[in-house]
Design a binder for this molecule. Structure first.
Ligand code: FE2
Length: 455
């Protein structure tokens, strides 16, 4: 057993990609084999595979559960009524649109009626297909009610959840996680989990990836240390309940549609488990950012927390990048992000505080999308304020901020829900319209007197 980490209410294990072991009852884990004829305490052995059986060993993900009843013990799946038609897992011109415009959304309001995490999910954009095992979806959630007598199981992909308002108590088959705004949780494909909302109205962001899993980015010349440290990732410890739950419902997301299966017991009946395919969480405040220390602006990839790779080296299906509090020290440099166009597509969110490139309009709980080759950069106010401060600003610290980006090599299509949302900021483009020409031949080319201004 690994040394447990005291997480306050819950106890965690630490590490990224470890082969963990945990048991809620001493002796519940079989010794020296996975499938004994009879498991300790009469438990059932059940494996969950997150990669194909034959994936290379360094990418092979699986865990073994030792549970009171196996997860197969349920009535047939039936379409959930009502479903959630705002969830997409396959993006085409019948359910989503192409739009190269810079898009921004204001923060979502709390729901008017009782809404749990499942019913509160809405897809903003995405690309590819969960059926083809290649692509991603970006969702936002707004909920005001804990999941009641039901668990969610996403057969389509992994969820990376970014709470922005309200903590999430996430019960999983491996144990429980308490995730606060400023922390993230990863719920891998296929895990059954339930979300409770101890703070009431809650909202946040979800990146879902199809066909691969998140890993730590290579550090290259940075070396062995820096960015997200493996030891800061927390994994739940075994926790189980042995209760009768008449009418308990497993809500399975399969191809973007929801299906219900009824059983009479809690799915959180795993007394012991071992494996490297696990839910986990991470506190973004533990991220060790790197940046320029002399001049110019680093590319945002320098702050990658987790990456979901494609088969092309260095090309991500989806990167999760953060913009945390940090010192700015660059000399004779325009310090906010540079203006640019990118072959990758960038979805941004803000957990708290402000964002250095937008003086107005990009609010905590809001979002923006700058798709492939769509120009973007600091708004007029941010540009003018930066120029006005001049060269003598000295080192300064950006505080009270935590912005993030989901960046993908696949071009997103926009869901109908997001295109027609009342929270879509119709005036977003205005933030750049005021950028004026500062072109002045005499000032920028003093060495060439022939380029006078005609005076
Ligand atoms: Fe960008």
């Amino acid at each position: 057993m690994e040394n447990p980490i005291d997480g306050g209410e819950f106890v965690y294990l630490s590490g990224f990609g470890n082969h963990f072991s945990s048991e809620a009852l001493a002796g519940a884990l079989p010794v020296a084999q996975n499938s004994p004829l009879v498991c300790p305490y009469g438990l059932y052995a059940e494996q969950i595979s997150g990669t194909s059986f034959t994936s290379p060993r360094n990418r092979n993900l699986f865990s073994w559960f030792y549970r009171i009843k196996p997860s197969v013990t349920h009535e047939p799946f039936k379409p959930r009524v009502p479903g959630n038609g705002r969830i997409l897992s396959e993006f085409n011109n019948s359910n989503s649109s192409a739009n190269p415009t810079q898009l921004r959304w204001k923060p979502l309001d709390a729901p008017d009626s009782p809404t749990d995490f499942i019913d509160g999910l809405s897809t903003v954009c995405g690309s590819g297909s969960s059926f083809m095992r290649h692509g991603y979806a970006i969702h936002m959630y707004t909920a005001n009610k804990s999941m009641d007598n039901c668990a969610f199981c996403n057969a389509d992909g992994d969820f990376l959840i970014v709470p922005q308002q309200g903590r999430l108590l996430v019960t999983t088959e491996c144990g429980r996680l308490k995730v606060s705004p400023g922390e993230i949780a990863i719920l891998p494909q296929g895990f059954r989990f339930s979300v409770n909302l101890p703070d009431g109205p809650s909202r946040g962001y979800v990146a879902e990836i199809f066909g691969t899993h998140f890993q730590l980015p290579d550090l290259g010349p940075i070396g062995a240390n820096g960015l997200a440290s493996p030891r800061d990732f927390l994994v739940p410890t075994a926790w189980f309940e042995d209760k009768s739950y008449p009418g308990y419902t497993i809500v399975q997301k399969f191809g973007g549609e929801l299906f219900d299966a009824v059983q009479d017991f809690s799915p959180f009946n795993v007394v012991a488990w071992h494996g490297n395919y696990v839910p986990y969480m991470y506190d973004l405040n533990k991220f060790c950012p790197y940046n320029t220390v002399l001049f110019d602006h680093s590319d945002p990839s320098i702050n990658t927390v987790l990456t979901a790779p494609t088969d092309k080296p260095g090309v991500a299906l989806l990167d999760f990048v953060i913009f945390p509090p940090r010192w700015l020290v660059a000399e004779h440099t325009f310090r906010p992000p540079y203006y640019h166009r990118n072959c990758m597509s960038e979805f941004m969110g803000l957990i708290h505080g402000g964002y250095e490139a937008k003086a107005d309009g990009f609010l905590p709980g809001g979002a923006s999308l700058h798709s492939c080759m769509t120009p973007h950069g600091p708004d007029t106010k941010s540009y003018e304020a930066t120029i006005a401060r001049g060269n003598d600003v000295g080192p300064c610290k950006i505080t009270d901020t935590m912005a993030f980006m989901f960046e993908s090599s696949l071009i997103p299509r926009i869901s109908q829900w997001a295109s027609e949302s009342p929270f879509l900021d119709q005036d977003y483009y205005q933030c750049w319209i005021g950028l004026k020409s500062h072109f002045a031949v005499t000032k920028t080319s003093p060495e060439n007197p022939s380029l006078g201004n005609g005076d």
